[in-house]
Structure formats: structure tokens, C-alpha cells
Design a protein around this ligand. Structure first.
Ligand code: GDP
Ligand code: IMO
Ligand code: MG
Length: 427
């Protein structure tokens, strides 16, 4: 089996971690290809609950090799904190591989992320404050520090010094902040060098060799389609390529190797941070979804904004990513609603549109046009086949499948690994 990509089809937190974990035992490698510790994936295995940020969800599956690809930005303190936390719980983290080309997040990136948000005021993005945007900006600006730079003391000092000279000017002259010390930043990075070394390799070579041997590689996105820097609701996006195209550039695997693209889509919608969200519920219904879905950020603890399923968004994700299969998650959270609205189109300045509007203004003006579906009251967490679902839940799934542009191959009915209805095999 060749490469399989998992992407978020909405604004993140769709349940990518659970889906990756579910497939983990059947794949040889799980690769995180974008983002950093802005991601937060909760994986529930039996009575154990794990919150992962930087490590690929495959780390929890014995026998599967987790890989941090070149497209990721790494906060080394967070990486080793996460490794230590899992080691303490008896999870074997020794198989981890880290790309020599991944970029590292330093103190000036974290600082600039926070002061920049403050500077933007009402125009802020609502970032996670982890330094993600400034690190990717430096990468594109060719000022970044890569994992491989850490292994040459002279190069590291030269590169950090060059970057910091500019950052300190910005911190002091634009933001009126104290300049950061070169020695402190070098020390922060240098303390991890010996621990990091054994994990670091040419991950593109390792993965392509594995594909050559017929092994299976799962490429796991952080964030989601509408947070993608090119295809998302720019500027209210993250700074990386979270769509299936990013899986290739972020891992060094060619597009020809990708055979399947699995889009993870929640049975309703959520968003964290600022930016347009047409189906958002600002009333008691939104609060009800938030409470019953446990919609509070894994990374920052922020309450997630909640709203109804948005068909144009799902269809857009199917198109941009080439989704072959959807996994519909959290269907159980909708149990108990008398009727469930689904946004099937938008009213944009008096015109009915079924595609994502081309412009930011168009999307800001989009008002949802709803169709209503009868709900169900039965507890569905024990369902393991479509036939186990109440008729109205089956109808809801069938309609979403018909409208969203790809088949619903699995349905989440609870957070646990086994709380899944598999309709079509995903591997
Ligand atoms: P990710 O960032 O896409 O990996 O998603 P998160 O882990 O941030 O958020 C998804 C949350 O929903 C986690 O707490 C999961 O344990 C939980 N979850 C995933 N699938 C299901 C499901 O089908 N039903 C329920 N009730 N919870 C789920
Ligand atoms: P997972 O992988 C939901 C959002 C932030 C903010 C914007 C930019 O768990 O789905 P950043 O810190 O990346 O510069 O913030 O993107 N964001 C996420 N929202 N889930 C995530 O990851 C997110 N990662 C970033 O809230 O609006
Ligand atoms: Mg998350």
C-alpha cells in the first residue's frame, strides 16, 4: 500500500488524532507534515487519554514509526516535554524520526507572535501564541534555523546572530520591547543537541525507501483546509500548508505516491480564534453544542466557536484535497436534538451560492441557507454498523454524503478507538 493522507476538512479539531490512531496499527509510518505545537490531538485508548501536540499520533501505536517531517516547525522544549510525558506513561518513543530540514521555533518567534497579536488589536488572528507564524515567515524569508543547523556550533551562532540582529531591531523599535540575548537563545537550543541527534535523519529518503518496499505511509495534517495559508480563510489561517498538497512538500514524498486522501469532517462545525464562520451559533444552541461536544481547545483551552455542518465548506475541502473518503466524526454529539439544521448554500448579498465565495468579502457576507433534518434520541455510542444507527441518523449521514462530494467511509460515535462505524475500509 502506498501513501495515505489525512486532512482536516473544516477549521481544525475534527478528530484527526483519533482517525490517525485508528489506522496506526495498519500502517508502517505516521508522518506529521505541517504545523507545530499549535495542534492539539486528543486520543483516547481504553481508559487512557493522551493529548498530543508535536508528536504524530502514530507514536501511540507499537510497531509504527512516527516521523516529524521537514514541513513541521519544532519547539524543542515542547518536543522533549512531550516525549518525557509519554515515556513516563510507558509509551515507547524511541522510534521517532525527525527531519534534518524541519525548522525550529526559538524565543524570538514566540515573543514576536505574542507582541504582533497585541499590536494588531481588533485585527488580531487569535493565534495560539506558540511562535508558529513568525517561524514560517523566517523560513520563507530564508532566515530560519533548521534542525541540522544545531549540529554545527559555528553555523548555529552565525545564523541565530543574523536573524536576531533584525528581530531585536523590530522588538525594540517597533514594539518597544527589550532586546533578547544571543547567548540565551543559543543556550536554549544547544541544551537539546545531544538528545536530539539520535532522532535526526533524512526522513524523505527513509519514507521513499519504505514506499519502495511496499510499506504504508500515513501523512497526518495538523490544522485543516480552512486554516491552510493558501486555501483557507486568509488572513485568519495558520502559516502552513495543511491540505493534501502540503503532505508532499512537507514530507518529501511525491504526489504520485498518494493513493488515498481521507478528509476528517465533524458532524457540525467548530472554529478557534478569529475569522469568518457562517454557521456559527452565538446563542444557547452554540453553548449546548460546545458543552455536549466538549469543544474546548486541547492546546490553549479556549472555548471553540460552534455551528452547524456547512456543506459548501465540506465540498470545498473535497475539491482542494481530492478527498477520496470522509470520516464523519462526533455524530453522537448530535443525539437529542429535535431537528438538525445543515447549511446547504449561502446567501451572498442576495445571491444563492453553493461554492465557497471567491473573495474574503464574499465569505464575510455569506449567510447560511439551512435545510432541516429530524433528529434522534437513542444513544448511538454502541453502533458499529450503519444499520445500528437510528433511521434519522442514517438519513443525516446519507444526506451529508450526497452533498459533500465523497463517501462517508467511517462514522465516529464516541471518542474511543473502537467507537467507530466502519462503512468502507480505509486502508
Ligand atoms: P484533532 O485536532 O483533529 O485531532 O481533534 P481534537 O483532538 O483537537 O478534537 C477532537 C475531540 O473530539 C477529541 O477530544 C476527541 O477525543 C474527540 N472525538 C473524536 N472523535 C469523536 C467522536 O466520534 N465522538 C466524540 N464524542 N468525540 C470524538
Ligand atoms: P489541530 O491540529 C484549531 C488556529 C488558531 C488561530 C489560527 C492561527 O488541533 O486541528 P497559529 O498559532 O497557528 O498561528 O494560529 O489557527 N489554529 C487551530 N485551530 N485547531 C488547530 O490545530 C489549530 N492550529 C491553529 O486558533 O485562529
Ligand atoms: Mg485539535
Amino acid at each position: 500500500m502506498p501513501a495515505i493522507v489525512i486532512v482536516g476538512a473544516q477549521w481544525g479539531d475534527e478528530g484527526k488524532g483519533k482517525a490517525t490512531d485508528l489506522l496506526g496499527s495498519r500502517v508502517d509510518y505516521v508522518v506529521k507534515f505541517n504545523g507545530g505545537n499549535n495542534a492539539g490531538h486528543t486520543v483516547v485508548i481504553g481508559s487512557e487519554k493522551y493529548a498530543l501536540h508535536l508528536l504524530p499520533s502514530g507514536i501511540l501505536t507499537p510497531g509504527c514509526t512516527p516521523v516529524i517531517g521537514n514541513g513541521v516547525v519544532i519547539d524543542l522544549g515542547v518536543l522533549f516535554h512531550e516525549i518525557d510525558g509519554l515515556d513516563a506513561r510507558g509509551v515507547d518513543t524511541s522510534r521517532l524520526l525527525v527531519s534534518a530540514n524541519a525548522h525550529v521555533i526559538t524565543e524570538y518567534h514566540r515573543t514576536l507572535d505574542k507582541v504582533n497579536e497585541r499590536f494588531l488589536g481588533s485585527r488580531k488572528i487569535g493565534t495560539t501564541g506558540r511562535g508558529i507564524g513568525p517561524t514560517y515567515a523566517d523560513k520563507m524569508n530564508r532566515l530560519g534555523i533548521r534542525v541540522q543547523d544545531l549540529f554545527d556550533e559555528k553555523i548555529l551562532e552565525q545564523k541565530v546572530e543574523g536573524a536576531l540582529e533584525l528581530k531585536n531591531q523590530i522588538l525594540a523599535k517597533v514594539y518597544n520591547r527589550r532586546a533578547l540575548s544571543l547567548a540565551a537563545i543559543i543556550d536554549e537550543l544547544a541544551q537539546y543537541v545531544d538528545r536530539l541527534r539520535p532522532y535526526v535523519t533524512d526522513t524523505s529518503l527513509v519514507l521513499n525507501d519504505a514506499l519502495g518496499r511496499g510499506e504504508t505511509v500515513l501523512l497526518e495534517a495538523g490544522q485543516a483546509t480552512l486554516l491552510d495559508v493558501d486555501h483557507g480563510t486568509y488572513p485568519f489561517v495558520t502559516s502552513s500548508s495543511a491540505t493534501s498538497g502540503g503532505a508532499c512538500t512537507g514530507s518529501g514524498i511525491p504526489p504520485t505516491a498518494v493513493e488515498r486522501v481521507i478528509g476528517i469532517v465533524k458532524a457540525y462545525a467548530t472554529r478557534v480564534g478569529e475569522g469568518p464562520f457562517p454557521t456559527e451559533l452565538l446563542d444557547a444552541d452554540g453553548e449546548r453544542l460546545r458543552q455536549s461536544g466538549g469543544e474546548f481547545g486541547t492546546t490553549t483551552g479556549r472555548p471553540r466557536r460552534c455551528g452547524w455542518y456547512d456543506v459548501p465548506v465540506a465540498r470545498y475541502a473535497a475539491r482542494i484535497n481530492g478527498v477520496t473518503d470522509f470520516v464523519l466524526t462526533k455524530l453522537d454529539v448530535l443525539t437529542g436534538w429535535e431537528r438538525i439544521p445543515v447549511c446547504v448554500a449561502y446567501d451572498v448579498d442576495g445571491e444563492r451560492v453553493t461554492e465557497m465565495p471567491m473573495t474574503q468579502t464574499g465569505f464575510h457576507h455569506a449567510k447560511p441557507i439551512y435545510e432541516y433534518f429530524d433528529g434522534w434520541d437513542e444513544d448511538i455510542s454502541g453502533a458499529r454498523s450503519l444499520a445500528d444507527l437510528p433511521k434519522n441518523a442514517q438519513r443525516y449521514v446519507a444526506t451529508l454524503e450526497e452533498l459533500s462530494g465523497a463517501r462517508m467511509s467511517a462514522i465516529g460515535v464516541g471518542p474511543g478507538r473502537d467507537e467507530t462505524v466502519v462503512v468502507h475500509d480505509l486502508i
